[in-house]
Design a protein around this ligand. Structure first.
Ligand code: NAD
Length: 286
């Protein structure tokens, strides 16, 4: 019987700790941590994610401001907004909700966010720090996964960690974090040949493809740890990239969808936000 990795419970634990920390920090500095979120367009999924982030901030005692802009926003206007938020000493964290419209270059825009306010850990400076093994602000989803593995005392050192997906949001930072924990890393993607032969070697399998239920029992060796990052809907029902029914009996540990990785992403966003705030308050930014 697999152990179900309860991301929801761990996220609540982290969020309670953050709330306590925020209370103490506000008492000390008399300044409320403030996250600014830039939301472009009317995409319902993005709107719903932003609502979730706002609610989580509010519960933790963090102020959040959503800057909502139409899908037609120009690059120049967006860059001006980011420059203003960078300069605003009352804003400690900046989040650009992705995806952004096709006429805007996300790499160019993200690169202009102040690295000390980069709550997503996506700026080139923070990506480089992670790649160099000295993480500062780290992307929230892979950070949450490491916390979950540690919470359940799942060893990473020396284990073969197979990651399916090479996005800059999940797959690549996941690889860097697992490598930092001394895992042996394989990254698979759409051009990988004979995927099952590789996934069957995985002690820890992280699946982040956005392809609902693409990984089934035949892809997984007995006793594997299976982390499902995917969030999709089939007939209106939320599911992950892993076919839970066939993988559960073979795995030693598995994340459910929902209730696994998702809640930890938000908890880690709050944590990053507080990290930005503390760096600012302590004057530790270079
Ligand atoms: P993405 O589309 O940017 O990247 C998907 C990756 O999967 C690509 O690198 C691609 O090469 C790989 N891939 C796709 N199909 C494949 C296949 N058949 N075989 C091998 N590799 C394949 O996606 P992303 O932003 O990394 O997100 C992946 C999934 O995770 C999505 O469902 C997304 O909604 C979800 N997600 C969840 C959270 C969370 O908090 N739970 C956070 C971020 C993303």
């Amino acid at each position: 019987m697999a152990v179900i990795l309860d991301g929801k419970a761990l996220a609540l634990e982290i969020r309670a700790q953050i709330k306590t920390t925020v209370g103490k920090l506000v008492e000390k500095y008399h300044v409320v941590p403030h996250l600014a979120v830039i939301l472009i367009g009317e995409d319902p999924a993005s709107q719903s994610y932003v609502k979730g982030k706002e609610a989580a901030c509010q519960k933790a005692g963090i102020k959040s401001t959503v800057i909502q802009k139409p899908v037609t926003i120009s690059e120049a206007e967006l860059l001006t907004i980011i420059a203003e938020l960078n300069a605003d000493t009352a804003v400690h964290g900046i989040l650009l909700q992705l995806p952004i419209p096709k006429h805007l270059d996300p790499d160019k825009i993200i690169a202009l966010i102040d690295k000390h306010k980069d709550v997503d850990g996506f700026t080139p400076e923070n990506v480089a720090a992670l790649t160099n093994g000295r993480p500062r602000l780290v992307p929230c989803t892979p950070l949450g996964i490491i916390k979950l593995l540690k919470k359940y005392e799942i060893p990473i050192a020396g284990k073969h960690c197979v990651i399916i997906g090479r996005s800059t949001i999940v797959g690549k930072p996941m690889a860097a974090l697992l490598l930092k924990e001394n895992g042996t890393i394989t990254i698979c993607h759409t051009k990988t040949t004979n995927l099952p032969a590789i996934t069957n070697q995985a002690d820890i399998l992280v699946v982040a493809t956005g392809q609902p239920k693409m990984i089934n029992g035949t892809h997984v060796k007995d006793g594997a740890v299976v982390i499902d990052v995917g969030i999709s809907k089939i007939d209106g029902v939320i599911c992950g990239d892993v076919d839970y029914e066939s993988v559960y009996p073979k795995s030693a540990f598995i994340t459910p969808v929902p209730g696994g990785v998702g809640p930890l992403t938000i908890a880690c966003l709050l944590e990053n936000c507080i990290k930005c705030y503390q760096t600012f308050m302590e004057g530790n930014h270079d």
